[in-house]
Design a protein around this ligand. Structure first.
Ligand SMILES: C[S@@+](CC[C@H](N)C(=O)[O-])C[C@H]1O[C@@H](n2cnc3c(N)ncnc32)[C@H](O)[C@@H]1O
Length: 220
């Protein structure tokens, strides 16, 4: 089987809107020290608006969520009626350049396995960030446990004729294709930014499994 036979990414995320639990933690104390309350903030790949809700609860007034899943956006609007949410197409963002002081990208790169697509997204997020603005990324490096290594290896053994892929890409049991990343790739992807802070921590995946994550505080 190749990735071509799978449901589209938006279908997968629409189907996941009611069931998956997202929990990559935001270091709100550091965020409050770093980002003023009147900052314009974009949460890209906002899902059901979990982080937008957390920011609003901490007094941030100009918070915008964007996602390419209509079901996620519908749930976000229901759960956080005071926040502005926008359905995007996953390509060019509907915002002017230098519109935001901070952008959050939590557990979204993992959903976008190809290098070129990740590069295009990060370039687009840089475009909409003000100069000196903050890009806060939370995502998965390669994991070292047997279950994940078996998934990476299984994907490696399949035929992939249609698109380039990286080790660490794998299929979820319910149909999505996601990626965990070699650390040097992150360094390459974020090369246009200045790394202000980087931390590794324990987290839980959307299917309830323990995982290591890495979080970057990057300056445009
Ligand atoms: C694992 S969930 C994380 C949701 C949220 N960031 C959180 O941490 O609560 C990933 C989200 O990214 C969205 N997503 C995946 N690829 C995307 C793309 N190319 N453009 C916009 N949203 C995308 C999915 O629809 C989903 O809502």
């Amino acid at each position: 089987m190749t990735t071509d036979t799978l449901a589209s990414p938006t279908e997968f995320w629409n189907q996941s809107a009611a069931s998956k639990v997202f929990s990559h933690p935001l270091d709100i104390a550091r965020f409050e020290r770093t980002v003023p309350r009147d900052a314009a903030i974009l949460d890209y790949g906002c899902g059901r608006g979990r982080l937008c809700g957390e920011l609003v609860a901490h007094g941030y007034r100009r918070v915008e969520g964007a996602d390419f899943s209509s079901e996620m956006i519908a749930a976000a609007v229901r759960e956080h009626p005071t926040v502005s949410f926008t359905l995007v197409d996953g390509a060019a963002l509907p915002y002017d350049g230098a519109s935001f002081d901070a952008v959050l990208l939590f557990a979204v790169l993992t959903c976008i396995p190809p290098r070129d697509a990740q590069r295009a997204l990060v370039a687009e997020l840089r475009r909409v960030l003000k100069r000196g603005g903050l890009l806060l990324v939370s995502d998965y490096p390669l994991q070292t446990d047997a279950r994940n290594i078996a998934r990476y290896d299984a994907f490696s053994r399949e035929a992939h004729e249609s698109e380039p892929w990286d080790y660490g890409t794998f299929r979820l049991p319910d149909g999505g294709t996601v990626r965990h990343h070699e650390m040097p790739w992150f360094d390459e992807l974020f090369a246009a930014f200045t790394v202000e802070h980087r931390v590794e921590r324990d987290a839980t995946t959307m299917n309830g499994n323990p995982a290591r994550i890495v979080q970057w505080w990057l300056r445009a």
